[in-house]
Ligand binder design. Structure first.
Ligand SMILES: Nc1ncnc2c1ncn2[C@@H]1O[C@H](COP(=O)(O)OP(=O)(O)O)[C@@H](O)[C@H]1O
Ligand SMILES: [Mg+2]
Length: 300
């Protein structure tokens, strides 16, 4: 197959591993910087151009679109979809997952358990909003934050009000969320590929920190998940329409709660912790999805 990886930086761990896995399986692979793609959006002959040449059609495209370029990155991915490439995560699903508020609403609609979460526009409602999620301590997060940046724990009501007002003053969209204290700074990252949990790790925040993100100094170890956790992770990925997803679950007293679903989960933490070949599993899934249609076209 001819596969494109959409990424700004081919030297990143996940990108390198996907390239290696694809080459090992005999595919040709190009790493394409989405910000250097330009497009002709034309019903008769849509095209993608890259650094002065027109791209040929790819059988599959693997998006690794950073949160800072969701808008242009998903536009480029849509163009690949228009040209008939199979996307390992559709543009629409990525857009949904990038908006924490939208994705939580979709998950709630499917009956998936979540931390109690509030959202409001007017500063007049701050007091009520805090009550709604059960008062302090609570977590305030930017709707489009990532890597733990823009996630704040407010221990007291007064702190919560100041943080909410400060974010509002910056015109940022925020969520206010019940703090799951019993999770003790740890969460479970389930990697879902094609409707299966292929790996799970537990991440633990460094001492004095409540955010477990590896980018914030968290550590990871292998973990066994329960049947309910597995089913929850799969349902969350499917609800958002993601083929590949990193589903983050908090172990609360009342059961597993989905905290967020990542559309472009990093492979380094999961592969090095579990020793599994996740890149290979992802490529195998692409082959299953693309090969039947290739066979159909060639009449084999
Ligand atoms: N409601 C919560 N209760 C307890 N811990 C939380 C809660 N929300 C977030 N955290 C901690 O903060 C980290 C970052 O939050 P998250 O919503 O995943 O934002 P990001 O997209 O920046 O990773 C999580 O991995 C978790 O450890
Ligand atoms: Mg997270």
């Amino acid at each position: 197959m001819k596969i494109a990886i959409l990424s700004r930086d081919g030297s990143l761990y996940s990108c390198k591993r996907l390239r290696e896995a694809a080459e090992q399986r005999g595919h040709s692979i190009d790493i394409i910087d989405p910000l250097s793609c330009y497009m002709n959006i034309n019903p008769a002959a849509p095209s993608i151009h890259y650094r002065g040449r027109r791209l040929e059609r790819y059988d599959a495209v693997i998006p690794r679109i950073g949160s800072a370029m969701t808008f242009y990155g998903t536009a480029v991915l849509r163009q690949f979809e228009l040209l008939g490439s199979y996307p390992l995560n559709e543009s629409l699903a990525i857009t949904r997952a990038r908006d924490k508020l939208h994705s939580l609403q979709l998950l709630a609609r499917q009956g998936i358990d979540l931390p109690i979460t509030g959202f409001a526009h007017s500063p007049d409602d701050t007091g009520d909003l805090i009550e709604l999620v059960g008062g302090a301590p609570l977590v305030v997060k930017l709707v489009e934050g990532t890597q733990g940046i823009g996630v704040v724990l407010a221990e007291t009501r007064q702190a919560a009000e100041s943080v909410i007002d400060a974010f509002r003053g910056l015109n940022a969209h925020i969520l206010v969320q019940e703090y799951i204290r019993e999770a003790k700074g740890s969460d479970i990252r389930c990697l879902v590929v094609g409707g299966r949990v292929v790996a799970a790790i537990e991440r633990q925040a460094k001492p004095g920190e409540f955010r477990s993100n590896l980018h914030r100094g968290g550590t990871a170890r292998k973990v066994h998940i329960t049947g309910k956790e597995r089913a929850t992770a799969i349902k969350a990925a499917m609800t958002l329409g993601l083929d590949v997803a990193g589903v983050d679950i908090l172990r609360a007293d009342r059961g597993p709660l989905v905290m967020e679903v990542n559309a472009s989960p990093g492979l380094e933490g999961v592969e090095t912790t579990t020793g599994l070949d996740i890149a290979g599993i992802m490529l195998e899934y692409v082959e299953q999805r693309v090969r039947p249609s290739l066979r159909l076209k060639s009449g084999r």
